[in-house]
Design a protein around this ligand. Structure first.
Ligand SMILES: Nc1nc2c(ncn2[C@@H]2O[C@H](COP(=O)(O)OP(=O)(O)OP(=O)(O)O)[C@@H](O)[C@H]2O)c(=O)[nH]1
Length: 382
């Protein structure tokens, strides 16, 4: 592909599989202020049910005022090659230059992992020209493997960082989708996407009242839906939206996995609650929170969490876990983050004199048992 000096296209050829678009935002500013030279490039994973509005969100971001130079990676599976491309607005001025590569069928996790690492490695070589990467996971029910590649992959660790997982939800259909999965007890796609989300965009709220026979106020319906989403994942920040129009500063650069960007996690943990047993919808995927005042032994915490995430003796399926730890013989607050079987415990900052030192861990997962979690934590770790 030829590059002309006035409007140099950004295009990177990758040998296989994800489609890759590189875009320079029309609102590009030389220094957005948020991009630090030398720091890893943030990756936002965009997931969501079929038709929920993922491409709409990408279009909103590409055409938005955020001052970032953004690269987009799209995975598309099966027969629909080319469809995703048509959904993305390339811009009148040709500001978006694309390189499309077909994704072969095969083991989703392996294929995606391999080609994703390759694509990212090539992208970050152009780091001087990219501030942020959007990764749309079309066709992937479970964002966890992608998240773990980005979050803890040794090869990529210093060059890219998982910024956040955004799940786009169709406000009109989400109840039905959750109900269907719940009743059929099948692979809980809609649950997983919400369970892993740092941000949920509750999209298409214009459609939710169309079938509503009770003349409810739109505010009440939205509030109900938000409660329902928080029953599954109380850590997710929810933005109701029309055509995915959201404040881009709220969704880009969230640093949801950074130990040293701790204020956000602290606020989330402060607010998070265990979904009550009497929750209106008794889903098997839910949020559960345990608190403990006494200092813990870090080595034992590691063994405990490994037992939980790796051995799965208790039959609980933990998808996501975030927390703060009050570690014995340390004057630093530690953070715990886990995505599926991967976890990380890091010192985040020194305890402040007015902090209430305690352990607080939030779990999001399937068939979580509060009693087992609490008693095993107290007996094992303290
Ligand atoms: N009424 C309404 N329609 C919307 C809204 N947001 C998106 N749509 C429409 O919903 C349809 C699907 O949106 P997409 O952005 O293509 O959804 P997607 O999640 O990328 O779809 P897949 O990639 O097929 O899973 C399009 O026709 C959009 O124009 C909204 O807020 N309200």
């Amino acid at each position: 592909m030829e590059e002309d000096d006035e409007n140099p296209p950004l295009a990177i050829r990758i040998e296989e599989k994800p489609k890759l678009i590189l875009s320079e935002s029309s609102s590009l500013s030389e220094n957005s202020g948020e991009y630090e030279v030398g720091s890893p490039v943030g990756v936002t994973v965009i997931t969501g049910y079929l038709g929920a509005g993922k491409s709409t969100l990408i279009n909103t971001i590409l055409n938005g005022q955020h001052g970032k130079r953004i690269a987009v990676i799209i995975n598309e599976f099966g027969e629909g090659i080319g469809v995703e491309r048509a959904m993305i607005n390339e811009g009148d001025d040709g500001a978006l230059v694309e390189e499309w590569v077909e994704l072969a069928n095969g083991c989703v996790c392996c294929t995606v992992k391999h080609s994703l690492v390759q694509a990212l490695e090539q992208l970050v070589q152009r780091k001087d020209r990219i501030d942020h990467i959007l990764l749309e996971t079309t066709g992937l029910a479970d964002p966890a493997p992608i998240a773990s590649v980005l979050w803890l992959d040794d090869q990529l660790e210093s060059t890219v960082r998982l910024d956040s997982i955004i799940t786009v939800v169709d406000a009109k259909h989400i109840r039905l989708q959750l109900k269907e999965y719940h009743e059929a007890a099948t692979f809980p796609e809609a649950f997983l996407q919400i369970a892993f989300a740092d941000v949920v965009i509750l999209n298409k709220f214009d459609l939710i009242l169309q079938d509503d026979k009770c003349n409810c106020l739109i505010g009440d319906v939205l509030e109900d839906l938000q409660k329902e989403i928080h029953t599954i994942n109380s850590l997710a920040t929810i933005f109701p939206a029309l055509h995915c129009q959201v404040d881009l500063h709220e969704i880009l650069n969230r640093k949801a996995y950074d130990a040293n960007h701790f204020a956000h996690l602290e606020a989330l943990l402060e607010d998070s609650k265990t979904a009550p047993a009497s929750a209106r919808h008794d889903y098997s995927v839910r949020t559960l929170c345990i608190c403990e005042d006494l200092p813990v032994d870090l080595t034992k915490v590691r063994l405990w969490i490994e037992d939980l995430l790796w051995e799965k003796k208790s039959l609980m399926d933990v998808y996501r876990c975030k927390g703060v730890l009050y570690v014995k013989d340390s004057d630093e607050l530690h953070t715990l983050q886990a995505v599926r079987e991967l976890y990380e415990i890091l010192p985040a900052r020194r305890w402040h004199h007015n902090d209430q030192k305690m352990n607080k861990i939030v779990f999001i997962g399937r068939d979580l048992d509060e009693t087992v979690l609490k008693t095993s934590f107290s007996s094992f770790v303290l």
